[in-house]
Ligand binder design. Structure first.
Ligand code: NAD
Ligand code: MG
Length: 384
């Protein structure tokens, strides 16, 4: 039996790599759903190649272009944001690869879980915003949430066979991004093009900027809390510039397990798709005899204050992570459009956190409201 896959965000960095893995394993997977925000031409190409049951183009102005291009096929074409949830509720797939970026990925992922679908989760913002509700839905519907984020895939892989053993702590590794070792006087003047140059990974723009500010690691701490049911004190960050150790788990006897390999997102994507089995591939292998310098150091949270803000949100919980996330999405958007400087990103987040009311135990509705309120306030600060 082939596993039937739905890729939400198929035109992005993760989505395209997921399709590469699937194309290399046609005996194991079929593609049933593809979705894109506005890259309609790529979506059309993907649909022609993988012949899914349905596609969604969120940007409604592109609907006719997609519909016409696929008129000779039997691919169903949907448009608009609401269609994402509608299609996520379809019964024609087994696993969703949640590869939309940002808050927009939350609602379709909830629909997949409600429909009893396994989720391969790349979209960390989903857990940052409403991790308690998302994980509760997974438990209620007895479906797994399998991490695609490389650090969390590493932890997940280290935990195989350890169900009866308590985690003492996890160590999430961070590359440090392009500005590792830099100080605020340097960061003041960095430009978008520089921040988009990640040393080890080629990713979408938003997560690349988050890696440069270290917000990515903060979001990943919150993601880890929900995925692995951890207390904030059990999550440690270490900067490891080579990105060979993808993360580690320390058990109660002091033993530490690490998952390692060359940095290549196709590996955690493939693992999520094929779990619980591993499938062979010909990706390049890491060779210890060629480059064996692996360094580790603590993060500089005085310079990269986004990480300190995220650590505080992790500690205090409630709707704070959703406020932090919304403000960050707006601030990164502003930075990518040259509206604000690199250090202003932190300022926008900090001021938004001060402004939006803290709710210790929010409902899903309240998470949505906090997101909207934080987004509007952050946007007013940078005048977008
Ligand atoms: P990307 O920007 O390359 O792609 C995003 C995808 O989502 C595209 O298909 C786009 O069409 C779609 N999309 C964007 N906005 C949307 C909206 N409002 N509504 C519906 N669809 C929308 O992003 P990416 O780098 O592939 O990252 C996707 C997610 O995976 C992010 O949450 C990111 O943090 C996470 N992630 C990515 C990487 C990576 O290597 N790229 C690694 C770890 C985690
Ligand atoms: Mg990661």
């Amino acid at each position: 039996m082939k596993k039937r896959i739905a890729i939400f965000g198929s035109t992005g960095s993760i989505g395209k790599q997921a399709l590469e893995v699937i194309a290399a394993n046609p005996d194991k997977f079929t593609v049933e759903i593809l979705t894109a925000h506005s890259s309609h031409e790529l979506l059309i190409d993907q649909a022609r190649k993988f012949n899914p049951n349905a596609v969604v183009i969120v940007d409604e102005s592109k609907y006719h272009a997609v519909k016409d291009a696929l008129s000779s096929t039997d691919v169903k074409v949907f448009a608009g944001e609401k269609s994402l949830e509608e299609v996520a509720a379809f019964d024609n797939y087994d696993m969703m690869i949640a590869a939309i970026v940002g808050f927009a990925g939350l609602k379709p992922t909830l629909k997949a879980l409600e429909g009893g679908k396994a989720v391969g989760l790349a979209n960390k913002e989903t857990l940052v915003v409403a991790g308690d509700i998302v994980m509760q839905k997974a438990v209620e519907n007895r479906v797994p949430v399998i991490p695609v984020d490389s650090e969390h895939s590493a932890i997940f892989q280290c935990l195989v066979g350890e169900t009866r053993n308590r985690i003492e702590k996890i160590v999430l590794t961070a590359s440090g991004g392009p500005f590792l070792g830099k100080k605020p006087n340097f960061l003041l003047n960095v430009k978008r093009e520089h921040a988009l140059q990640h040393p080890n990974w080629s990713m979408g723009a938003k997560v690349t900027i988050d890696s440069a500010t270290l917000m990515n690691k903060g979001l990943e701490m919150i993601e880890a809390k929900w995925l692995f049911n951890l207390q904030p004190e059990q999550i440690q960050i270490v900067v490891h510039p080579q990105s060979i150790v993808h993360s580690m788990v320390q058990f109660e006897d002091g033993s530490i397990k690490a998952q390692m390999g060359l940095p290549d997102m196709k590996l955690p994507i493939q693992y999520a798709l094929s779990f619980p089995v591993r499938i062979p591939n010909s990706f390049p292998r890491y060779d210890f005899t060629k480059s064996s310098m692996l360094n580790f150091e603590p993060p500089d949270i005085k310079t990269f204050r986004n990480l300190a803000l995220a650590m505080d949100a992790l500690q205090r919980g409630g709707n704070l992570p959703s406020i932090l996330n919304a403000a960050n999405e707006i601030a990164v958007y502003g930075f990518l459009r040259n509206r604000i400087g690199f250090l202003d990103i932190t300022e926008v987040i900090e001021r938004t956190i001060e402004k939006v009311t803290y709710i210790p135990k929010p409902s899903l509705e309240e998470y949505f409201e906090s997101d909207g309120e934080a987004r509007n306030f952050a946007a007013s600060l940078i005048k977008i």
